[in-house]
Design a protein around this ligand. Structure first.
Ligand SMILES: Cc1ncc(COP(=O)(O)O)c(C=O)c1O
Length: 403
């Protein structure tokens, strides 16, 4: 099926809006030329607004979220230092693993994949020797959002002062994040999710304590040393050849987010997510999120018991030109993911849900066509939900089944 639009509904990369594509469709400029300072200044200001940080320093590297993990670690920690991490999903595990491979001692607390990190997890595990706490704000493999404000409160209650490093890869621009208010020391992301750009950029926002740590720590670093990048970006340039066309796209994407208003963007994602959750419930399927209040506004992870979730994703791609996310790591075969972050509206969510219903049907799932779409439509229209179908089970998977 090659005609019509491709539905890219994985939880990132996301759809790149026309406005952003057009901004990148231009001749490559001289990266040391006169256009750069105003471009970079606007990007720095725009990023600060999206990270909700007045004092953080935005940092850009060619790369991806993984590169941003590495930058957050090598700039703030010295070999052998202890860090606390929580494995509540695939990406949380990999972030901790990156720290371990970069010579840190990682105390990794294993949680159920599908749960958020809670205040009690912090209080029970944080020790004076922990130099940093690693948190994934929105775990993209499970569709669960950790309450970073609560993590901050819990850290404060211990009286300890570890650095707080937060992966906001699938949260920024979709889920409320407040760098200054929550005193996050480093927040990091990639360009390809809520920022609505193609992959290719690693973006960090670095707070004062992390800047100070970078001056003292002993980890060898060269490309990912953020000090020359910050210094040059303050002048409107970079110490390496930057992905200039991506920068033009980033400026446009930031303008779009700020024109819509960040609060409105977040409210739009909350609404699209709730409609998706209504559909999942109407299908009689369960979400992986253990606590519905922590279910993500940027993606929904759906548990399938009777069929292989990989088959749903495969048939959606092959027969419908619809890309859904596979189950990652221990969730392979049991979970598929619907992305609803980035540039997206109600009609696109309805089309995605309609395609997902067909893909479920084609893969052998017992499903009444139309019920999920209708539930989402009713939600958008403000019409009270219909009674759940006879076969409907509780919306949330039991820990025994998916733990
Ligand atoms: C939460 C989270 N962190 C980190 C990453 C890794 O980012 P990248 O694939 O851009 O290297 C991802 C990728 O999806 C992610 O979802």
């Amino acid at each position: 099926m090659t005609s019509g639009r491709h539905f890219l509904q994985i939880p990132g990369p996301t759809n790149v809006p026309e406005r952003v594509l057009r901004a990148m469709d231009r001749p490559v400029p001289d990266h040391r030329g006169p256009e750069m300072p105003s471009l970079v200044a606007e990007i720095r200001n725009g990023l600060r607004a999206i990270f909700r940080s007045e004092r953080g320093e935005p940092v850009l590297f060619p790369g991806s979220g993984t590169g941003a993990w590495e930058a957050s670690i090598v700039n703030t920690l010295s070999p052998g230092e202890r860090v606390l991490s929580f494995e509540n999903g695939h990406f949380a595990h990999l972030y901790g693993d990156a720290a371990r491979k970069l010579a840190m001692q990682v105390d990794e607390v294993k949680l159920r994949w599908g749960d958020a990190v809670t205040e009690s997890d912090i209080q029970a595990n944080l020790k004076p020797e922990h130099r940093a706490v690693l948190i994934v704000h929105n775990e993209t493999s499970t569709g669960v959002t950790t309450d970073v404000a609560a993590v901050r409160r819990a850290i404060d209650r211990t009286g300890l002062e570890p650095l707080l490093l937060v992966d906001v890869v699938s949260a920024l621009g979709s889920i409320d994040f407040r760098m200054d208010e929550w005193r996050v020391d480093v927040a990091l992301t990639g360009t390809q999710k809520g920022l609505m750009l193609p992959p290719g950029g690693a973006i960090l926002c670095v707070g004062p304590r992390a800047l100070e740590a970078a001056e003292k720590n002993r980890t060898p670093r060269y490309f990912y040393d953020w000090r020359p990048v910050i210094r040059d970006m303050q002048q409107g340039f970079f110490p390496y050849t930057p992905p200039t066309l991506l920068l033009f796209g980033l400026r446009e994407a930031l303008r779009m987010l700020l024109d819509e208003g960040l609060d409105n963007v977040l409210a739009r994602h909350a609404r699209l997510a709730e409609a998706t959750r209504e559909a999942v419930s109407a299908w009689g399927l369960k979400m992986l999120a253990g606590d519905p209040a922590r279910a993500s506004n940027s993606l929904t992870a759906v548990v399938v018991d009777a069929i292989d979730s990989g088959a749903v994703v495969k048939v959606a791609a092959e027969r419908l030109n619809l890309a859904l996310g596979v189950g990652l790591g221990q969730l392979r075969g049991r979970v598929f993911r619907i992305g609803h972050l980035g540039s997206l509206n109600e009609l696109e969510v309805l089309a995605t849900l309609a395609g997902t219903e067909l893909a479920l049907l084609y893969s052998g799932q017992t499903i009444e066509l139309g019920v999920g779409v209708a539930a989402a439509q009713r939600f958008f229209a403000g019409i009270p939900a219909a009674a759940p179908p006879q076969s409907a089970k509780p919306r949330v998977a039991t820990p025994e089944r998916v733990g």
